[in-house]
Design a protein. Structure first.
Length: 288
């Protein structure tokens, strides 16, 4: 889907990084708030999905951002900037330290959406700080059983992303723990021109990397079987940059993973990804 409002020349794209940073200061501040490819194989799911996912809507989910964010958030917990039906995400990005070693590492959150209503309906200090408490995916009852679903994005971008890759991350609560797992086997390519790219959410452990948890959050986050996670992605779906290299700025720390990066010590910005990524469409197609 293209219109004159969506087409921006490469020269404007490069220059827009600075303009957007002045206007909005990024997708969210870099200070930390208390927190909480090639085609993949498609093996059949052995376990039966939960009852609520069996009755949920399995028609194709499409977010074009023509009517605004659609319940998607930018950065940690901020309104997603949208102009002319395009979602913009630009650095500096919030550095998520929840999965620091012994977890899989640090990451940047670009944009994300809740998949079920209960997470934003509960009255909490975190939810009260959100710019809106809404998710079109959840409100319209789309199925959280994403096993073998195909997720397509139309995107473009420019910047110095270091060695970080643009990945899909799914978060789900299982009977064992809260799992954050990234589709590292199928990264998205960030190109200057618009491209449409599709990944398949197959329950193949080789395609996924469980992020685990930092030393003091292992009671909250952990790992579980990918087939259980995909059968009910009952928390959120997130686009991330991973891995992110964290280097302390001007301080000597024996183990940088014990204190919390950004909150407890400054991070040297020269090692972090910088740039702009624009999302035109997010589409989820369920298997027959």
């Amino acid at each position: 889907m293209m219109n004159s409002g969506r087409w921006i020349g490469t020269s404007i794209l490069v220059g827009s990084v600075g303009v957007l940073a002045i206007l909005l200061g990024g997708c969210g501040p870099t200070t930390e708030a208390p927190v909480t490819s090639s085609a993949a194989q498609n093996p059949e799911l052995d376990s039966k999905p939960p009852p609520d996912t069996l009755t949920a809507t399995r028609r194709t989910y499409i977010e074009t951002f023509d009517d605004g964010p659609g319940g998607w958030y930018g950065g940690r917990k901020f309104e997603l900037p949208v102009w002319d039906g395009v979602a913009y995400c630009f650095g500096p990005w919030w550095t998520d330290a929840n999965h620091a070693p012994p977890g899989a590492g640090y990451l940047h959150m670009l944009l994300w959406a809740y998949t079920v209503k209960k997470h934003y309906q509960v009255d909490s200090a975190y939810n009260r700080a959100l710019p809106y408490r809404h998710s079109r995916f959840a409100e319209e009852g789309y199925s959280t059983n994403l096993t073998n679903a195909k997720l397509t994005v139309r995107l473009r971008g420019h910047g110095d992303f270091k060695e970080a890759e643009l990945l899909l991350l799914v978060q789900a609560q299982t009977d064992k723990t809260t799992v954050n797992t990234a589709l590292t086997g199928q990264p998205f390519k960030i190109t200057r021109e618009w491209s449409e790219q599709t990944v398949t959410l197959a329950p193949d452990p080789a395609q996924w990397t469980c992020l685990g948890a930092r030393h003091d959050m292992q009671d909250e986050y952990g790992c579980d079987d990918i087939d259980k996670v995909l059968a009910d992605v009952n928390f959120d779906i997130i686009f991330i940059l991973f891995p992110v290299k964290v280097v302390p700025a001007g301080v000597d720390i024996d183990d940088i993973n014990i204190p919390r990066a950004v909150k407890d010590y400054p991070v040297d910005q020269q090692y972090l990804p910088k740039g702009l990524i624009m999302f035109d469409t997010v589409k989820i197609e369920y298997p027959d």
